[in-house]
Design a protein around this ligand. Structure first.
Ligand SMILES: Nc1ncnc2c1ncn2[C@@H]1O[C@H](COP(=O)(O)OP(=O)(O)OP(=O)(O)O)[C@@H](O)[C@H]1O
Ligand SMILES: [Mg+2]
Length: 275
């Protein structure tokens, strides 16, 4: 659990930051983007994604050539039963795992070509990641948890990052709990802190894997409403879930089965492109 979180942030701190300092540059574009964004390109483009996990039997193909386009400001649901490949797709999108084949482009960044340090830097700046089990640092206060990505990416001065973290906690209505440890608040509240943390560096893209999976339905509703608010504010939110009660909340759904995209719908359109 914690290893996942530190693997998200630590490479940015330990490897990328000194390199950037040496180069005398701290701006994202000069390090990660290799092509100027094409104004006609979609916000996010996935082309023929293939992921094969090694196994004693010779490999499990969890993604079998998934292609899709996502526009800015969409609320995207990745749907499908257990084992369909939803988490695998999420892990490719966040760059925490490597593709075997295919391309992921986000606003001019060829994510599939980035090395481990670059991808950590890209993710820290451009993607807020939220997990089913919150993944908060248990020994840090809620405020410090939200400040963590800002400190790793060094986008804000110390005083500024503290003020911003408090403002983000206010947005999720937890400012009065800022100095508590995660263990002192409920699961729904912890997930709200995880959302505040995902917003720390103001990323355009929020990616969540089963973010309501450990919550009761009333608490899950509060979390879904928070995501809808983010979409209204212009963020792109991509959420994997097997909870069908959420289907009509998304503006765009991608349904997976056996590692393939088997259905794609945009809200307001009844056309099924892969039926
Ligand atoms: N690390 C791994 N090593 C080997 N096989 C894996 C690994 N992770 C996932 N798989 C396999 O890849 C396939 C897709 O798994 P994935 O976790 O992406 O499904 P999912 O749609 O997220 O399911 P769930 O709804 O249960 O979370 C499954 O067959 C799974 O067993
Ligand atoms: Mg999963």
């Amino acid at each position: 659990m914690l290893r996942e979180i530190t693997s998200i942030f630590l490479p940015a701190l330990s490897a990328v930051a000194p390199v950037l300092q040496k180069l005398g540059a701290t701006d994202f574009e000069s390090h990660v983007v290799t092509e100027p964004p094409d104004p006609n390109a979609p916000f996010l483009r996935l082309s023929n994604l293939v992921k094969i996990y090694p196994s004693a039997q010779g490999g499990v193909t969890a993604l079998k050539g998934v292609s899709a386009e996502v526009g800015r400001g969409e609320f995207v649901g990745i749907l499908g039963r257990s084992g369909a490949g939803k988490s695998t797709l999420i892990n490719m999108l966040t760059g925490v795992d490597k593709l075997n084949e295919g391309e992921i482009w986000m606003e001019g960044t060829p994510v599939h070509t980035l090395n481990e340090d670059q991808v950590a830097f890209w993710r820290g700046n451009k993607v807020g990641v939220i997990y089913q089990s919150f993944e908060l640092m248990p020994s840090l206060s809620l405020l410090d948890n939200v400040m963590l990505p800002m400190d790793f990416c060094d986008l804000y001065r110390r005083g500024e990052s503290r003020e911003r973290a408090m403002e983000l906690l206010r947005q999720v209505e937890l400012q009065d709990h800022a100095f508590k440890l995660p263990s002192a608040i409920s699961g729904g509240q912890q997930q709200r802190v995880a959302i505040a943390r995902a917003l720390a560096n103001n990323p355009p893209l929020i990616i969540a894997d089963e973010p309501t999976g450990s919550l009761d339905s009333a608490t899950a509703e509060i979390i879904v409403e928070l995501f809808e608010k983010l979409v209204d504010e212009g963020k792109t939110v991509i959420l994997a879930t097997h909870d069908h009660s959420m289907d009509d909340r998304f503006s765009h759904t991608l349904t997976m089965d056996d590692g393939m995209l088997v259905d794609e719908k945009h809200a307001g359109s009844s056309e099924e492109q892969y039926a």
